[in-house]
Design a protein. Structure first.
Length: 392
């Protein structure tokens, strides 16, 4: 079946990229696919550029080398070769069709049929392809859906989800970024029925998709939709009612996934961090955001210094967002240098204190005195207090 075609005139600007044109000249059967096509049609910035071709990987590599371009076999088992031109990489994947699927992975075979390749993709807006002259091939009405702000599965929604349950989370990610109206009813019905299958997904893939959802311009509505379908409880049982997430988004908080996750969950964050297998830095930040408290807007400078002495500045600013503090307080925290306790063990050794429990006790007492004074005492004042403590 011949795909409906549309001539995009003038062709999207990214097609004029010299490096891309060199790759396309070496691979005359290739087309642009995926996100670069979708975003170009919407006038959005194009970042990663992917290509597809009916030619097998070996032929792709040979053609690239013949044209003087570097060919890297980055994923030959999946038909993917990376073409390198002017130091930039372009993934080129041979057309594929699914032989078998298990709800997460597919066994594929190479094909030269563009429709078969489009039919195995998730959403209509991701199933279009474009030639170097701006001719768009659209088997499943992706252009109309894109223009209407609809995210629809290719073919039967339930079948696409059964092939890969990660598509449930991808639906919400794409809905957040591209939908301008109510969600597709067939998609939602299929998603509700597919909730038990989400248990097949790895924690790493769940967090990867959740992170992308949370870093959207306004994830609160999408998160509410996930809650109404039962998806949120399945993938993030620690989630709360979403009120704090809505509040920080409305207040203009940064698109920080850890901050938004901290606003979404209940509890101390340790279970969520462990279950989602967050990186060490992500887990530390999440737990700190859930544990720390922010001083009130009326706090004086001494109080803020004490808070900064115990809490890293990015965490304290994050807790200010979570607590609904004013811009003025965040600005004060941002401008204030983080105080550092001036004494260390060597200062006590110089006064004859041997390393051990007594030294630890003395440092704790001295630091408490320093904190009580608003972290104002310098090294000389702290050493004087140390002398008084030892005499006492």
């Amino acid at each position: 079946m011949t795909a409906p075609t549309h001539r995009i005139d003038p062709p999207p600007a990214f097609l004029a990229d010299p490096a891309l044109r060199a790759v396309l000249a070496a691979l005359p059967h290739a087309r642009l696919v995926g996100g670069c096509v979708r975003d170009a049609l919407l006038g959005r910035p194009v970042h990663d550029v992917d290509l597809a071709t009916p030619d097998p990987p070996a032929a792709v590599m040979a053609a690239l080398r013949e044209a003087g371009l570097k060919a890297v076999p980055t994923g030959l088992a999946h038909g993917t070769v990376t073409a390198v031109c002017d130091g930039r990489g372009f993934e080129v994947t041979t057309l594929r069709r699914d032989i078998a699927t298990d709800g997460r992975h597919a066994v594929v075979a190479f094909t030269d049929n563009w429709r078969d390749d489009a039919a195995r993709r998730d959403f209509t807006i991701n199933a279009m392809s474009m030639t170097s002259d701006g001719t768009l091939f659209d088997h499943f009405g992706g252009l109309a859906d894109l223009q209407a702000g609809r995210v629809c599965f290719v073919g039967v929604a339930a079948e696409r989800i059964a092939e890969d349950y990660l598509r449930v989370l991808r639906f919400f990610r794409f809905h957040a970024r591209y939908a301008s109206g109510p969600p597709d009813t067939e998609a939602l019905a299929a998603i509700r029925a597919a909730v038990p299958g989400l248990a097949r997904l790895s924690a790493e893939r769940v967090w990867s998709e959740l992170k992308r959802i949370l870093t959207g311009p306004d994830p609160a509505g999408t998160v509410a939709l996930m809650r109404s379908t039962g998806v949120l409880a399945a993938v993030l049982p620690e989630s709360g009612d979403g009120a704090q997430l809505r509040a920080i988004v409305a207040a203009g908080a940064p698109e920080d996934p850890a901050l938004r996750l901290a606003a979404l969950i209940e509890g101390d964050g340790t279970h969520a961090a462990s279950r989602l297998k967050l990186s060490g830095a992500e887990a530390t930040r999440l737990v700190a955001l859930r544990a720390a408290t922010c001083p009130p807007d009326s706090a004086d400078d001494d109080t803020l210094r004490r808070a900064l002495a115990d809490t890293p500045k990015p965490v304290l600013i994050g807790t200010a967002w979570l607590a609904g503090r004013t811009d003025a307080l965040r600005a004060r925290v941002l401008a204030m240098p983080a105080p550092v306790f001036p004494l260390a063990g060597r200062d006590l050794v110089a006064r004859g204190v041997a390393p051990g429990p007594a030294m630890g006790d003395a440092l704790r007492i001295l630091r408490a005195w320093w904190l009580a004074g608003g972290c104002r005492a310098d090294a000389a004042a702290c050493r004087a207090e140390l002398a008084r403590h030892l005499q006492g």
